[in-house]
Design a protein around this ligand. Sequence first.
Ligand code: AMP
Ligand code: ZN
Ligand code: FE
Ligand code: FE
Length: 292
Amino acid sequence: MWRIDLHTHSTASDGTDAPADVIRAAAQAGLDAVALTDHDTTRGWDAARAAALEVGITFIPGIEFSTRRGHRSIHVLGYLVDPQHAELSATLQHLRDERSVRGKRIAEALAVDYPLTWADVLEHAEPGATIGRPHLADTLVTKGIVADRSEAFATILSARSPYYVPQDAPDPAEAIHLIRAAGGVPVVAHPVSQGRHALSREDLEQLVDAGLMGVEEGHRENTPAGREMLRRLAAERDLILTGSSDYHGLGKPNRLGEHLTSPEQFARLLAAGHGSEAVIGQGALGAQESAR
Ligand code: AMP
Ligand code: ZN
Ligand code: FE
Ligand code: FE
């Protein structure tokens, strides 16, 4: 039985492993297939693809598209999109630029009370990486102000903190449309987490009407009742069900393979995406794919 994890982050966004190292860690963790889904960027794909060819595991290129509806931040995973699609790539570039502006604003607010600068924050991100609060968190850790990223998110960087600046982002329906237009497969990430970001069945139905093709049912932040709702919705609306770790290297406790996607659901996802190429490694599914 294949072990498939479809949600991971690298230093191309806010993970702590380089893209190739995410793939090597996935092989090491006994995974047969892994997707790289950095926030709002495809820049880790080439290195990840090369590493997957080297270690012989299956690699699926993906993104995690930041969106917003009202006060809610909604993450839409997009698998197998065409990275050259003009409108998608322009939107992602704009989002990354906005994230830098917002990161700088948070840093400047923090600088009033703490000994840090925006330049310090940039030292905690790879050049060209998508900036996020985790880079601010790492700066606070280096300065000895908090112990780790989790403490930073629970305190100084929380959405209730006076230093918080919200992230402007497109509506999820727009992200779904762009992912589909770029040949990709849109799957909503961790949709039923505890708290104010959880989506209701009605919210999800609206996204399905907008073209959503899957829901991330297996994720440590989803509630048991929410997962039950997702399984019913998926059966009724013929959605792809995924399960994944949302690995961020040392930046979060999430471990590779802690939630998995079934081979049946993975085959549906692969068949539905045509904007870019997966690397198909060895294994039952690999043999089927190379026979096509
Ligand atoms: P941002 O996108 O800048 O608003 O930051 C949110 C990102 O930070 C999420 O996508 C997670 O990847 C990460 N994150 C959220 N909570 C935590 C936490 N407690 N510890 C580490 N990383 C976190
Ligand atoms: Zn993240
Ligand atoms: Fe997310
Ligand atoms: Fe994520």
